[in-house]
Design a protein around this ligand. Structure first.
Ligand code: SDX
Length: 434
């Protein structure tokens, strides 16, 4: 190992020094391999929230937070958004290469033929209150899939892993749409094999036995784009949850259920729902946008500008740029009188003021993917509490791709972080209390 590929660490309290290897990526930031640190120097590293920690090596997705770049398998998200479709992106994330025409046709058939659910799964829905949040239903029903497929899976068999991945990608839209139907007292609509992925989801969400339903092609295209943009995002909280859960060799359906639970939080995938609640408050309240900007800057106020800021992007989230354009096009197509234009105008005003404000500039806070996506979903008639569900449907391919990559990684082992213990020192149980 040449000197230039190492760092030297000197423990000033003992004078002891060690060399740690630098691991170089194909793209992006190099890492210091600290695996020998504890054995050689007797220290743990401390990094709450993992701001400076690489948990694994991966070839699936690359983010450049400083330049606002996102690539799936090396392909820029802007090009995939313009030229690809969600199922082709699913193949790319799972296999690492774009499919040939024949490979895509075969993959599409496999996914289409796995969209049905075991009829017994229907009964899981009736156990939920009518007003249960669909994300609670998703966590429960997806976790329950492990009861249906548990015994058949040998997670060390690549074929079994790919079948589980195909089942999850195929069944998530059905499970998601049925969580909507259940909460609205509507009969469950079955998938239709002649429809594409996004059309099928809209069909299962909105078709009624009483009237023929044809998905609006504008909405189908916008939803397919939303699926592409949300498909994967490196080691985010929910993907790291899936990896950590899967590292114990838990059933993949249980691991994905854990990912759904993590995504639900408003700091993560729940932000799209929180953005609309914030924009609606702005539009309906007497307070102007500056009032909300000042609240977001006030340390004593827990209020944050939802849809703003990102752990990685210290520039505009490239997905936000794409989705802002689609949002504008879709609303223009609906005509300026539609009720969502006010939300879009409030979002643009908020963005403009924030991007010129020292507080946001100095902290590199820009709109993220959640800032505009909700307005599109609202315009499609998707209710607020289904926004994160749609994020989960899209992110399932990212979760299963990372799970599959982790299981086949020879370096992979059960994740078990250590801690900086700051609790009580050893003490005896008080004798006099016997
Ligand atoms: C997603 O990780 C991923 O890749 C996630 C995701 C994916 O595709 O998987 O991209 C999807 O989750 C997008 C993020 C959606 N969440 C939100 O929009 C919620 C609002 N955003 C924030 O909660 C926050 O920006 C986070 C959670 C996104 C990032 O938090 P960090 O990296 O821990 O940053 P931080 O909280 O340390 O903030 C740094 C500073 C702080 O101020 P100071 O202490 O330095 O004075 O910026 C401030 C924060 O108070 N800040 C905000 C803010 N976000 C950060 N202040 C006001 N409004 C905000 N939105």
């Amino acid at each position: 190992m040449s000197k230039k590929d190492t760092v030297t660490l000197i423990d000033n309290s003992t004078g002891k020094e060690i060399e740690l290897p630098i691991l170089h990526p194909t793209n992006g930031i190099s890492t210091i391999d600290v695996r020998q640190l504890y054995r050689k120097l007797g220290y743990f590293t401390y990094d709450p929230g993992f701001l400076s920690t690489a948990s694994c090596h991966s070839s699936i997705t690359y983010l450049d937070g400083l330049n606002g770049e996102l690539q799936y398998g090396g392909y820029p998200i802007e090009q995939l958004a313009d030229h690809s479709n969600f199922l082709e992106v699913c193949y790319l994330l799972l296999e690492g290469e774009l499919p040939t025409k024949e490979e895509f046709a075969e993959f599409k058939t496999i996914i289409t033929e796995h969209t049905m659910l075991h009829e017994a799964l229907k009964r899981f829905y009736s156990g939920f209150r009518r007003d249960a949040h669909p994300m609670a239903i998703m966590v429960g029903v997806v976790g329950a899939l492990s009861a249906f497929y548990h015994d058949e899976i040998d997670i060390h068999d690549p074929k079994h892993r790919m079948i589980a991945a195909h089942q999850l990608i195929a069944k998530m839209p059905t499970i998601a749409a049925w969580s909507y139907r259940y909460s609205h007292g509507l009969p469950f609509e079955y998938p239709r094999n002649h429809l594409d992925y996004a059309s099928n989801f809209l069909h299962m969400m909105f078709s009624l036995p009483t009237v023929a339903y044809v998905p609006d092609p504008v909405f189908v295209k916008a939803l397919d784009l939303i699926f592409i943009l949300h498909a994967d995002h490196e080691q985010n909280a929910s993907t790291s949850t899936v990896r950590l859960t899967g590292s114990s060799e838990a059933n993949p359906f249980a691991a994905i259920s854990a990912g759904i639970a993590s995504l639900w939080g408003p700091a993560h995938g729940g932000a799209n729902e929180a953005v609309i609640r914030m924009l609606t408050d702005i539009v309906e309240s007497d307070n102007d946008v500056e009032y909300y900007i000042e609240r977001a800057k006030n340390k004593d106020d827990r209020f944050r500008l939802m849809g703003f800021g990102h752990r990685i992007y210290k520039n505009y989230d490239p997905r936000a740029r794409i989705i802002r354009k689609t949002c504008h096009e879709l609303l223009t197509g609906l005509g300026s009188s539609n009720e969502y234009s006010d939300l879009f105008k409030a979002a643009m005003e908020l963005e403009q003021i924030a991007l010129e404000d020292e507080y946001f500039i100095s902290r590199n806070l820009y709109p993220n993917v959640d800032f505009y996506s909700g307005i599109i979903l609202l315009a499609m008639g998707v209710p607020l509490n289904m926004f994160t569900v749609i994020f989960a449907v899209a992110r399932t391919v990212g979760w299963v791709s990372h799970w599959d990559e982790m299981i086949q990684d020879p370096e992979s082992r059960i994740g078990r972080p250590r801690q900086l213990y700051v609790g009580a020192l050893p003490r005896d149980y008080p004798k006099d209390s016997d």
